[in-house]
Design a protein around this ligand. Sequence first.
Ligand SMILES: Nc1nc2c(ncn2[C@@H]2O[C@H](COP(=O)(O)OP(=O)(O)OP(=O)(O)O)[C@@H](O)[C@H]2O)c(=O)[nH]1
Ligand SMILES: [Mg+2]
Length: 195
Amino acid sequence: MASINFNRAEFVLSAADKRQFIHDSRSKAVFAGRSNVGKSSVINRLLNRKNFARVGSEPGKTVHINYFLADDKLYLIDLPGYGYAKVSASEKMRWSGLMESFFADEKIDAAVLIVDVRHLPTKDDKMMAEWMQSAGFRFAVVANKTDKIKKSMLENCISDIKGFLEIDDDIPLIPFSAEKGDGREALISFVESCM
Ligand SMILES: Nc1nc2c(ncn2[C@@H]2O[C@H](COP(=O)(O)OP(=O)(O)OP(=O)(O)O)[C@@H](O)[C@H]2O)c(=O)[nH]1
Ligand SMILES: [Mg+2]
């Protein structure tokens, strides 16, 4: 268990190829999820920065693997999103290849799957959740964009997401709003508990 100063952060690099992956003794937390669910926004919220990780209204903004370093101890890794319909077949292949080599190559301390609280997850999300658990990573799900639903809906939305993903009861499912900051402390606790 380590304590991280998330206000101390730097951008390290954007990797398009496995030769650029980072191997050192620092911890690594990855952020995965469908295009446009708010992976980059969640990272910005953790770091208390605006548009540090690039946020876009157009889905598919993050096409490389972006490494941010918090407190010289922990890499926050922004993975390119999946599931955007307009992506070409060759781009999908590139994504799969990059992900495969990334996960084969890296020691991951914490894996965070981000979903949109308003919608049921997709089959791709479920595959990602199964895969991350079977890989033996410490794993949590973040249900982002809670500011977009009524408070009274939250409990139902969360239990629907949990039911669809069929995650174990001991997997944290964290309601989150990158916009408002809700859930930030809970996500920080999870990440720090993995180190
Ligand atoms: N209302 C609201 N909007 C959000 C929240 N999180 C992200 N957004 C918006 O959702 C859009 C996508 O956010 P990104 O952070 O770029 O999403 P991403 O998952 O990194 O997207 P890709 O890099 O394309 O895979 C942007 O317009 C954000 O401003 C949130 O908690 N609440
Ligand atoms: Mg992004």
